[in-house]
Ligand binder design. Structure first.
Ligand code: ZN
Length: 86
């Protein structure tokens, strides 16, 4: 996976979380976009599955970035997560 790619499957999501490297921007049409460290406990498989797989990304998506700077540059309106502070 390269920086900026959309995470589309549960396998990709698990692989990224298990590597513990990088940041995930969670985009959402109803809420502010939010940046998380991949180690954040707000990134739950169940929520990923519901949003991306079951709802086919209709409410937003999960984007992976190698660095926090890239994540914020690509989505300048993103907010920091209150839990991991990414
Ligand atoms: Zn977080």
């Amino acid at each position: 996976m390269k920086s900026g790619d959309k995470i589309e499957t549960l396998e990709e999501f698990r692989s990224i979380i298990s590597k513990r490297e990088g940041f995930i921007t969670l985009t959402d049409f109803a809420n502010p976009n939010r940046v998380h460290s991949v180690t954040c406990n707000r990134l739950k498989e169940k929520w990923f599955f519901e949003k991306v797989v079951e709802n086919m990304g209709k409410s937003g998506s999960y984007l992976w970035y190698l660095s926090k700077e890239e994540a914020h540059q690509a989505n300048p309106d993103s907010e920091n997560c209150k839990f991991c502070n990414a």
